[in-house]
Design a protein around this ligand. Structure first.
Ligand code: FES
Ligand code: FES
Length: 154
């Protein structure tokens, strides 16, 4: 038996009937069609499914959709402003921090949550914040550099 939840997704209020066992990741990708959020491990280990819930970075594969009732969710699709990319998206592209791109949406949302709490993080603080987001391509140095570029702009 489904339950009706109400939440904001990328600034838009929505009502949706969800099954009690559905994860937030499933709802984002399969019910809302926001496929920028990636499914990697499905077990909380890779960070590919990271979204913001009330500004906090969470693994959406581990969160039940019924638990976001009344909350605000931001996915990677919510970061672009019209045609313009978010400064983090631009910096990731310019610094070569996007290779296969699978980790990128989660990585950028984790970085956004970090910069909202701490606008001038040290390299160590950046590396600590992204420790739960795995990247198999970049070796992380370019990702850290991209986040530092945006931190310096703020
Ligand atoms: S898919 Fe959620 S942490 Fe890997
Ligand atoms: S760019 Fe490929 S996993 Fe990070």
């Amino acid at each position: 038996m489904g339950k009706l939840i109400q939440c904001k997704v990328n600034g838009e209020s929505i009502s949706l009937e969800v099954e009690p066992h559905w994860t937030l990741l499933r709802v984002i990708r399969d019910e809302l069609g926001l496929t920028g959020t990636k499914e990697g491990c499905g077990e909380g280990d890779c960070g590919a499914c990271t979204v913001l819930v009330d500004g906090r970075a969470v693994n959406s594969c581990l969160m039940l959709a019924i638990d976001v009732d009344g909350k605000a969710i931001t996915t990677i699709e919510g970061l672009t402003q019209g045609e313009s990319l978010h400064p983090l998206q631009k910096a990731f592209m310019e610094k070569g921090a996007v290779q296969c791109g699978f980790c990128t949406p989660g990585m950028i949302l984790t970085a956004k949550a970090l910069l909202e709490q701490n606008s001038h993080p040290t390299e160590e603080e950046i590396r600590f914040a992204i420790a739960g987001n795995l990247c198999r391509c970049t070796g992380y140095a370019k990702i850290v550099e991209a986040i530092q570029v945006v931190a310096k702009m703020e």
